[in-house]
Design a binder for this molecule. Structure first.
Ligand code: FAD
Ligand code: UDP
Length: 367
């Protein structure tokens, strides 16, 4: 029987393992160096009965039918639709910056004028990345673009990436465009929500199969044994012993606080684009409407990834990093039984649905 090894038990590893075990009826050993499954999507219930997302808030959202049908086999979702509040000059408002935001941060007559100009310049419901939005000729819209750039993007992006919005790949800030709309949701995807029993339970079910064995606390570099195929969701530079140099990542430090009150803030996520050293504060009980007299929050601090000090969270999509990744990819192509996938294996800023989509596509390709 074909023996497969999957390195990493996050969404990418769990999805490919499940497909191979279930659809191809082959044996799969899944290893992870962490003491838990689910990778960065890992969540757990704490002593207050609150489901904590250990690596920061995770909201599932997708327009991809194939991905939705796949994940639905393992969990039901609530109908949570994510909104993000941002504090700008002490005012709580909505991010992405939209028409409602105008009325929160500007005097009414100015907001009205800006709204009219926006609706003349753009179609209602259009999404305009900030770097595009800055190219306005009209003086009022120029003023608005400067305001949004400085108040929403400049300091947050500096904190998050150690770079200005112009220095990071344009796709990064385009994730949160200026939205010519009154829709306050962070995502407009058809399907969105939080798994009713959490992400870890969903991944556990994905991995619960007679053909799958899971070994935790097991690093690939210490593993012996022969395998017909390897699916590697760890960082591709590490696999090749950093022979061309290290791929840079951003890491994150979450400082958890328990507060002796029912709620700490007005929303699950509050961004601080202009103040403080942290980027945002997460309050976890909102996601599954957990009932407790206490509440748990996490302040999110971004920092550079360093081997041995912290974890890899975000690949940094920049030209020179992609060029370095491509060198590793060329090496990978020389191996005929090792496949790389996932946020770390592909060095791509995947959301969970994109990680699953990549696993499904790879499985289909190999069939
Ligand atoms: P990971 O989850 O990173 O899993 C990789 C696994 O491989 C890890 O468990 C690691 O321990 C293991 N591993 C690595 N190297 C080795 C080795 N040598 N040996 C053994 N094991 C190894 N996505 C969304 O869709 N919605 C969100 O709201 C959202 N919020 C996010 C917030 C933050 C702060 C971050 C960082 C990410 C967020 N994401 C979100 C993205 C989401 O976390 C990823 O899409 C998803 O985790 C990718 O899964 P993966 O399996 O590719 O990688
Ligand atoms: N961003 C920003 N201000 C905000 C929210 C987002 O500048 O209030 C920028 C920032 O560069 C961030 C990127 O948009 O890294 C993507 O934001 P998103 O919320 O998608 O990041 P993630 O949840 O993946 O950390």
């Amino acid at each position: 029987m074909v023996k497969n090894l999957v390195v990493g038990a996050g969404f990418s590893g769990a999805a490919i393992a499940n497909l191979i075990a279930d659809k191809s009826d082959e044996k799969v050993l899944v290893i992870d160096k962490k003491e838990h499954i689910a990778g960065n999507s890992y969540d757990y219930t704490d002593e207050n009965g609150i489901k904590i997302h250990k690596y920061g808030s995770h909201i599932f959202h997708t327009n991809n039918e194939k991905v939705w049908q796949f994940i639905k086999q393992f969990t039901d979702f609530n109908t949570y639709m994510h909104q993000v509040v941002a504090v700008i000059d002490g005012i709580e408002t909505t991010i992405p910056f939209n028409i409602n935001t105008l009325y929160d941060v500007f005097p009414h007559t100015l907001a009205k004028r800006l709204e009219e100009k926006l609706l003349k310049a753009f179609e209602y419901n259009s999404k305009v990345p900030i770097l595009e939005f800055q190219k306005q000729a009209d003086a009022d819209l120029k003023f608005l673009a400067k305001y949004v750039y400085e108040k929403v993007f400049l300091h947050y992006t500096n904190k998050q990436w150690g770079n200005t919005p112009d220095e990071v790949d344009s796709a990064v800030t385009a994730r949160v465009p200026v939205y010519i709309s009154c829709d306050n949701r962070y995502f407009q995807d058809k399907y969105q929500g939080i798994p009713l029993y959490g992400y870890t339970k969903a991944v556990e079910k994905m991995l619960r199969h007679p053909n799958i064995e899971v070994k935790l606390n097991t690093d690939y570099k210490n593993l012996s044994g022969e395998f017909d195929r390897i699916f590697y969701t760890g960082s591709i530079d590490e696999f090749f012993d950093y022979k061309f140099g290290q791929l840079p990542y951003r890491s994150v430090n979450f400082k958890l606080e328990t507060h002796d009150k029912e709620y700490y803030q007005c929303n699950s996520v509050v961004n601080y684009p202009c103040n403080y050293d942290f980027t945002r504060i997460h309050e976890y009980k909102y996601y599954l409407d957990d009932k407790s007299d206490k509440t748990v929050i996490a302040k999110e601090y971004s920092e550079a990834f360093e081997i041995g000090k912290n974890e890899r969270y975000y690949p940094i999509p920049k030209e020179e990093n992609i060029a370095l990744y491509n060198k590793y990819l060329e090496e990978a192509k020389k191996l005929n039984n090792v496949y790389f996938l996932g946020r770390l294996g592909d060095y791509k800023y995947y959301n969970m649905d994109q990680a699953i989509e990549r696993a499904i596509d790879l499985f289909e390709e190999l069939k």
